[in-house]
Design a protein around this ligand. Sequence first.
Ligand SMILES: CC(C)(COP(=O)(O)OP(=O)(O)OC[C@H]1O[C@@H](n2cnc3c(N)ncnc32)[C@H](O)[C@@H]1OP(=O)(O)O)[C@@H](O)C(=O)NCCC(=O)NCCS
Length: 160
Amino acid sequence: MLLRQTRPEDLDGVIGLEQCENTEPWLGTTGREWHLQAIDDPDVSHLVFVKAHRGLDSEDSSDEELVGFVVLAGLSKPGPIEMRRMVINLIQRGKGYGRQLLNEAIKLVQDMPDRDRIWLDVNPANEPAVALYDSVGFEQCDVPEGVTPVDGLIYLDFEL
Ligand SMILES: CC(C)(COP(=O)(O)OP(=O)(O)OC[C@H]1O[C@@H](n2cnc3c(N)ncnc32)[C@H](O)[C@@H]1OP(=O)(O)O)[C@@H](O)C(=O)NCCC(=O)NCCS
């Protein structure tokens, strides 16, 4: 498995992962424009999680299988990182990929300088996501500073 920067040509696949049952209702804004803005934003890291059957240095993505993606935000200043979105392909769920992707994302943030925690928001009715975050060590926290709380969501964080 490989976590790499999302390219514009990945977006059809990424958007396809969102437009599924048990997926879109748990996400905020979806669609191409949201992802294009995320890719262009220096504060954001948009990463695809792929099964790659090739050397890691290759730019050739033709033999990759898109398993999921993760979007991290808060890169442009020191302090907490927000895990803004994480999705695993509906047909690949329940096989451990979500846990793998989350652990890879945590490792990535641990390697960034001046980071203390990762936070996210989640709908408490989203049982698979809540159970995953809980099992990895995320705990409920206050609404992060500067964030406008959204009704119906809870906030979790993971101390690095
Ligand atoms: C949440 C999500 C990423 C989990 O991905 P996944 O690949 O199915 O997760 P895994 O197979 O790695 O499972 C990891 C843990 O998640 C929890 N989990 C996964 N599926 C679950 C389910 N259907 N019910 C309850 N818990 C579940 C379990 O704790 C599981 O650990 P276990 O296998 O040891 O019991 C996936 O369901 C998803 O993409 N959902 C839609 C998008 C979303 O809700 N994203 C999060 C909010 S932004």
